[in-house]
Ligand binder design. Structure first.
Ligand SMILES: *Cc1c(COP(=O)(O)O)cnc(C)c1O
Length: 501
């Protein structure tokens, strides 16, 4: 017995799989120590966010030059890593949580959102299929059903979380393509000689993600037809119908329309109700993109802008934009999840489970297999604020938007450039004595530069009919009336400076 044991030990000693390397994670003592420091750091950051310049004074390459070109050979202390985060990363950060970040469409996070991100990283759930993460899969179903009710979408809308609206819209276009022919999935567009050129319609003001989706799905940029807009930047339905008929006559195959509630430049609202009627008659998939403005449907008085969206085949809204959920989380709804599934379901043997008939495996409804537990932050945020809390914040943002609209409208030096259905205001400096369009473009570009250079505010621009337009968009959780007042004062004083020179 004894000698046998000894020989086994000897054997183990010389085993080719023996190793001396320790591959251990951070100790729980270390984790606790830095965890407390990190939470303190985040609390300070959020408390003192206004002490940071909204927009950092950095030049391209400034951050990279402070980072080593090669990875460290040996592990480094967390203390050192975190100190470099403060020294190198923070100075190159544009602060989206800053109350005067009024550029693009803001997306601010919130306390409950940050906590959920931390916990979801800790669980590291991967909800490829129900079995690999039952809580994640079912929480996604429940929270999206909550969100559906918040938006006022009918019960037959089914939801899934993707990362961004761009990806949601691509899945909408893929479903539309699937609905006209299941053969495309098998043979590919080039293998199907019987299918003529596919046509997708959106307005001239639609987001570039529509075209990107067309690129990814083989529709091609030439397959996207942009419908003209009226003087309020809304799609003209009669022009849509005309285009569809024209295309059918010339042998094209119209299959999908993307309408927008809250376009990216001006937040204009396409007449979805009328567009839906055309889509029903012409048998076209209607996708409604309301990535930014979608949350305003929580307010009954805003529902007029959403008229007809219940007739859409699919709808996208980003809680990571105006619902205080940290980036990224896009909510995609469709009345036809079966079509989406037909387009994407492909189940390899190793992912088949006994529960398949009883559960929803999200991998069947899109490109990605692995998926983060994004639903946790949606759950935390909706529960923490409540539907009433969210409504109140959105209402306040709309009020602040009206305030700026009022200031722009009553000031003879400024000109409003588009209607304001939500809280995004498009305007330009336009003193009565200047009428040259080039000069106006120049002074407004300079004004925006000078404003952003102060680090006190971050605004963005767009071009409408070749005119340079400044945008102020209010959707930040921390943006209050005093901030909006300070920003308007700054706009006024920087404008005076420019006009003096
Ligand atoms: C922001 C936005 C998008 C793109 O959103 P991502 O989530 O960044 O892809 C698309 N459409 C509209 C109307 C948007 O406001």
């Amino acid at each position: 017995m004894k000698s046998k044991k000894k020989s086994a030990q000897n054997k183990r000693k010389t085993s080719p799989v023996k190793t001396k390397i320790k591959t251990r994670d951070m100790s729980s003592k270390e984790f606790r120590k830095y965890g407390c420091q990190l939470i303190d750091w985040i609390a300070d950051y959020i408390e003192n966010i206004e002490d940071y310049p909204v927009y950092p004074a950095v030049k391209p390459g400034d951050i990279k030059k402070n980072l080593p070109e090669s990875p460290p050979k040996k592990g480094e202390s967390f203390k050192k890593i975190f100190s470099d985060f403060n020294k190198i990363i923070i100075p190159g950060t544009t602060h989206w949580n800053h109350p005067k970040f009024l550029a693009y469409f803001n997306s601010t996070c919130s306390g409950p959102g940050i906590f959920a991100e931390l916990l979801s990283a800790a669980l590291n759930s991967n909800a490829m299929i129900w079995k690999t993460a039952p809580s994640s899969a079912e929480l996604e179903q429940v929270t999206l059903n909550w969100l559906r009710q918040i938006l006022g979408l009918p019960e037959n809308f089914w939801g899934i979380i993707y990362d961004t609206a761009s990806v949601s819209t691509m899945h909408a276009i893929a479903s539309a393509r699937e609905e006209i022919s299941h053969e495309i999935r098998q043979k590919g567009l080039t293998g199907l000689k019987s299918i003529p050129g596919l046509r997708l319609y959106c307005s001239e003001q639609a987001h570039s993600s529509v075209e990107k989706g067309a690129v990814a799905l083989g529709i091609g940029l030439d397959g996207v037809r942009k419908i003209p807009v009226d003087n309020e930047y809304k799609m003209i339905p009669s022009e849509l119908l005309k285009a569809v008929k024209e295309d059918r006559e010339s042998g094209m195959l119209p299959f999908c329309v993307v309408a927008t509630i809250g376009t990216t430049s001006t937040t204009s609202v396409d007449p979805v109700d009328e567009i839906a009627k055309i889509c029903t008659e012409e048998k076209l998939w209607l996708h409604v993109d309301s990535a930014h403005a979608g949350i305003t449907a929580v307010l009954p008085e805003m529902r007029t802008y959403f008229k007809g969206f219940d007739k859409a085949d699919s709808f996208v809204f980003n809680p990571h934009k105006w619902m205080f959920v940290p980036v990224d989380l896009s909510a995609f709804f469709t009345r036809k999840p079966d079509v989406l599934k037909k387009a994407f379901s492909l189940v390899p043997e190793y992912l088949k489970t006994k529960e398949d008939s009883a559960v929803q495996n999200y991998m069947d409804y899109g490109i990605q297999l692995g998926r983060r537990m994004r639903s946790l932050k949606l759950w935390f945020v909706i529960r923490y604020f409540g539907v009433e809390g969210i409504s109140e914040i959105v209402k306040e943002h709309l009020r602040l938007g009206k305030l700026i609209t009022f200031w722009v409208d009553e000031d003879p030096e400024f000109e409003r450039m588009a209607p304001v259905p939500f809280s995004t205001i498009c305007f330009r400096l336009h003193p009565p004595e200047i009428n040259d369009e080039n000069e106006l473009n120049e002074i407004n570009e300079r004004l925006l530069d000078n404003l952003n250079k102060t680090g006190e505010v971050f605004l963005s621009h767009t071009k409408l009919n070749n005119r340079f337009v400044i945008r102020v968009s209010i959707s930040g959780l921390k943006t209050e009336e005093k901030h909006v007042k300070e920003v308007w004062k700054l706009i006024k004083s920087k404008s005076k400076e420019i006009l003096k020179n």
